[in-house]
Design a protein around this ligand. Sequence first.
Ligand code: PGI
Length: 449
Amino acid sequence: MTVPTNRFPDDFVWGCATSAYQIEGSPLADGAGMNVWHRFSHTRGRVVNDENGDIACDHYRRYESDIELMKQLGLQAYRFSIAWSRILPEGTGRVNPAGLGFYERLVDRLLEKGIQPTATLFHWDLPVALDDRGGWLNRDIAGWFADYAESVFRRFDDRIKLWATLNEPWVVSDNGYLHGTAAPGHRSLFEAPIATHNLMRAHGAAVQAYRATGRHQIGLVVNIEPKYPASTSSEDVAATRRAEAQMNRQFIEPAMLGRYPEELRDVFGEAWPDWPASDVEQIRQPIDFIGLNYYTRAVVRNDPGAWPLRAAPVRQSQVAHTEMGWEVFPQGLTDTLLWIKDRYGAPPIYVTENGAAFADPATAAGDVLDDPRRVEYFRTHIRAVHDAMRAGVDVRGYFAWSMLDNFEWALGYSKRFGIIHVDYATQKRTPKASATFYSGVIASNGAVL
Ligand SMILES: OC[C@@H]1[C@@H](O)[C@H](O)[C@@H](O)c2[nH]c(CCc3ccccc3)c[n+]21
C-alpha cells in the first residue's frame, strides 16, 4: 500500500462516531428494555448533576436531520452502536420488532445518503434483565451475547459491512467492576477479572456466530493509552508495565494471541484465576480488524498506595491538556499504531475514536465559539495517523469522536466532544469550526493538513 506524501489513500474512510446511550434518548421507547446505564444514571450521586440519557441528543427521533448534517459534512461512514435492550428487551428470547425498526430506518437512511453504516454491538448499555442474572459475571453471557449478535447480523449484514463486537471492554471491567465509576458500579478486585474473561468469551462467541453467516468484516474496539515511564528507575518501569498490561494488553492480547499478559497476576494477585486454555482458545477467533480508540498517553510512576495497579499517572506540565485533563500527545497515536502493527501481526486498523473535549459555550447570539484547540487536536492527530501509515501501518479509516456533543457517562453533559454543538435545552445543532475543518479534511482526503 503506497501512501501519498501529502494526502491519504483513495480508499481511506472518513467518519464520525457516537454510541446509543450517549445520543439517542428515549431509552424505554417502543418496547425497549431498561439498560444498566439508565439504572446507573438514575441512581443518585452516580453522574455529575444527576444527569441521565433520558433525552440526550434526542437522536432516536431526530436521526433524519442528523443524517442530513452528516451528509453536509461529507461523512463517508458513520460509527454507531446498537442498543441491545431495544432489540431484546429481556436481553435474550423475545425480539422487539420496533427496536429493530429504529436501526432499520437509521441504516436505510444512511445508505440513501451514501454514508456507510458501521455498527458496534455493545457500547456499555447492558440490558438490566441480564445484569440482574449476573451480567458479565455470569458465564452464560457469552451465549446471550452471541444470540443477540445473530439477531442483528441476520437483519443487517446485507447493509452493514463493518461490525465491532465490543467497545472498550477495559472500561466495562475496570470502571464497571473494579472501581465502580461506571455501570453497573461494582468495586471488586475479584469481579473485574471475571468480567474481563466473560467479555472476551462473548467477543469470541459473537465472532464465531458471524463466521457462520456473515459476509463482511468484524473486529474488536479497544482503548489504548500508551504508557511511558516517568523515570528509568526499575520501580517506575515495572509500574509502567503493570499499567500497560492492565489497560492496553488485557483484552487485545487474548483476542489476537490467545493469552493473557502475565503481569495481570502481579496486578490482581490471587484474584486472577487460571483460566481454562479452552476458554482462551475460544476467545482467539480470527478478526478482520482492530478498532483503536486513542485520546492521550500516560506518564507512569510507581505508587505502592495506588490500588490495585501500584502505579499512578504523572501530570505533564507546560503542555496542552483537554477538558478531561488528558494531555494532547499526537505522537502517542503514531506510537500506538506502530505498536499494534509490530506486536499483533500487522492487522488492518480503523481509528474508531479520536477527539477532544473543550468548553464550547454558545454565545447569546446563538453562535458557538469552537475552541481553536479542537481543530489543532484533529489536525495533529490526523497527521499522526498519516505518519504511521507512511511507516507501514495498515490504517483503513478514521472516525472522529464525536459527531455531536453528548452524554459523557459519569460526567454527564459537562464535557463536550462534538464537532457539532448541541443546545440541550432546544436541541439545536450548530456545526463548530472543527466540523468545517473536518469537512475540508474529508473533501481533500487529508491534503489540507
Ligand atoms: O470520553 C470520550 C469517549 C466516550 O464518550 C466514548 O463513549 C468511549 O468509547 C471513550 N473511550 C475513551 C477512552 C477510554 C476512556 C473511557 C472512559 C474514561 C477514561 C478513558 C474516551 N471515550
